[in-house]
Design a protein around this ligand. Structure first.
Ligand SMILES: [Zn+2]
Length: 474
């Protein structure tokens, strides 16, 4: 099982033999290149995490070939003097835009909206996010992953979780037997993980998780509303491996005390359930509720696809909330800080995830925000970094391939101008990124970003969320 999973995530990049255009040839040359980063301070993010000062790192055939060994001939030298090298970042909770026809029955007419995969993936790469966990996976995402694997698109590795819910989700499972079948279908269709969702009833929730265990698929997800009036120990069922956001816990209680947070943490520890705190999303919700200007002010907003810009600004589900609701969001946010504190104290692993793709949470950019908030909530800079590198890789069971800087691992790396162990905001000071052994410096990512901005400006008029919805009614 594990082997299959890896095969899907790490299928070797094959070259298009018919590649005629220059960019393809340039790509090929790059793939064959051997790189050496000289004099760089390496933050390996292993458990010991001993910084290796002024190291020489050789990158060959998309892997970390050696650390402080001889430099092969003909290698391309990157000056790492006074710079810092960390593993590529992992966002453990994303929703990627993918071309589709969600409201159109006849798919042969083509997708309703086409998204350029590169325009989305650039946002991750420019931010050093080299692996993402898609928590609403559809066949289109498998297509995106193939585009990346083929080398047609520069993008992150993608792990895919299929949603199984009660009503209102793409796999409707109303009873345990439906639930078990849905898990088997998901496996058959090539998804690697199961995401349990809000509307499952108690019996079906348990059956889905049990079946996933039998099928060797890990489970991430929501805690169904069916548990609202029950005790917390009821939803911590064996093999429920990862909670998609701290909100799932706070929704289950009106008691926002530290003792309650400690109870959740103790149960999570006993059940080996990890947590994605997802502070970014909660903060973003309360900011949107207050003012839409807070969306326009988001770093990276101009790179968001115009249809989503339009949706977030004209059909925002949070904006205009009552004072009472805003106060509720604020209380939840404060409680989430207590949850992070309690989980840290109990030694429950937390992984960084942002819900990128939902209103006001921007792919790639949001992960740096999450790291900052995790530190505000009480993690050390190193713990925050671990949550977005080694620990994410461990949960996805690909920690033998990525997540730390060690010889033999895939070269997913970020070269930083300043030390993130001294200040977590330094993860934003990116000099360049290695994506599966391919070097993309800041200059290049800046060009890629400005291409998106230009495209957005030219095409803005064509995308109006409300108009699109209206056109579907006719
Ligand atoms: Zn989500």
């Amino acid at each position: 099982m594990k082997y299959l999973k890896l095969l899907r995530l790490f299928a070797v990049i094959s070259f298009n033999l018919n590649a005629q255009n220059n960019s393809k040839l340039e790509n090929n040359q790059q793939e064959n290149a051997i790189y050496v980063i000289k004099d760089v301070n390496v933050i390996p993010m292993t458990k010991e995490n001993k910084v290796i000062e002024k190291a020489t790192i050789v990158i060959k055939e998309n892997k970390i070939h050696s650390i402080n060994k001889t430099i092969p001939e003909n290698s391309i030298v990157i000056d790492g003097k006074d710079k810092w090298l960390i593993p590529g970042l992992i966002d453990m909770h994303v929703h990627n835009l993918a071309s589709s026809s969600p409201w159109v029955i006849y798919h042969t007419k083509g997708p309703l909206v086409n998204y350029d995969t590169q325009n989305l993936m650039t946002l991750y790469i420019a931010n050093g996010v080299t692996t993402v966990f898609e928590l609403g996976a559809r066949p289109e995402h498998i297509g995106q992953r193939n585009e990346i694997t083929r080398g047609n698109v520069i993008g992150p590795r993608m792990a895919l979780a299929k949603v199984i819910g009660g009503n209102k989700s793409n796999f409707i499972a109303k009873n345990p037997s439906d639930g078990r079948n849905a898990v088997r279908f998901a496996k058959e269709e090539g998804y690697e993980f199961i995401k349990v969702y809000t509307w499952l009833n108690e019996e079906t929730f348990k059956a889905v998780i049990d079946e996933a265990d039998k099928q060797n698929m890990k489970v991430v997800g929501h805690i169904p509303v069916a548990f609202k009036k029950k005790q917390a120990k009821d939803f911590f069922v064996p093999h429920f491996g990862l909670i998609a956001h701290a909100e799932e816990l706070s929704k289950q209680t009106d008691d926002y005390s530290y003792e309650k947070a400690q109870e959740f943490a103790r149960l999570a520890k006993e059940n080996n359930t990890w947590l994605i705190p997802n502070l970014t999303n909660m903060l973003s919700i309360s900011q949107q509720a207050k003012s839409l200007q807070n969306i326009k002010n988001l770093q990276g907003f101009k790179y968001v696809h115009p249809l989503m810009q339009s949706k977030w600004l004209t059909s925002n589900g949070y904006y205009g909330a009552s004072e009472k609701l805003i106060e509720y969001y604020t209380n939840l946010y404060d409680f989430h800080f207590l949850i992070v504190k309690a989980f840290k104290e109990a030694g429950v692993p937390m992984v960084a995830g942002t819900d990128a793709g939902i209103s006001g949470v921007i792919w790639g950019f949001s992960l740096h925000n999450e790291l900052k908030l995790l530190v505000e909530a009480g993690l050390t800079n190193e713990e925050a970094l671990a949550s977005a590198t080694r620990l994410g890789a461990e949960w996805l069971e690909i920690d033998d391939k990525i997540g730390t800087i060690e010889t033999g691992k895939f070269a997913d790396l970020i070269l930083l101008n300043n030390n993130p162990l001294a200040n977590i905001s330094n993860t934003l000071k990116i000099a360049g990124v290695f994506v599966n052994g391919k070097w993309i410096n800041k200059n290049k990512t800046d060009i890629m970003l400005s291409e998106i901005e230009n495209w957005n400006n030219i095409n803005k008029e064509k995308y109006d969320w409300k108009e699109l919805l209206n056109s579907l009614k006719n």
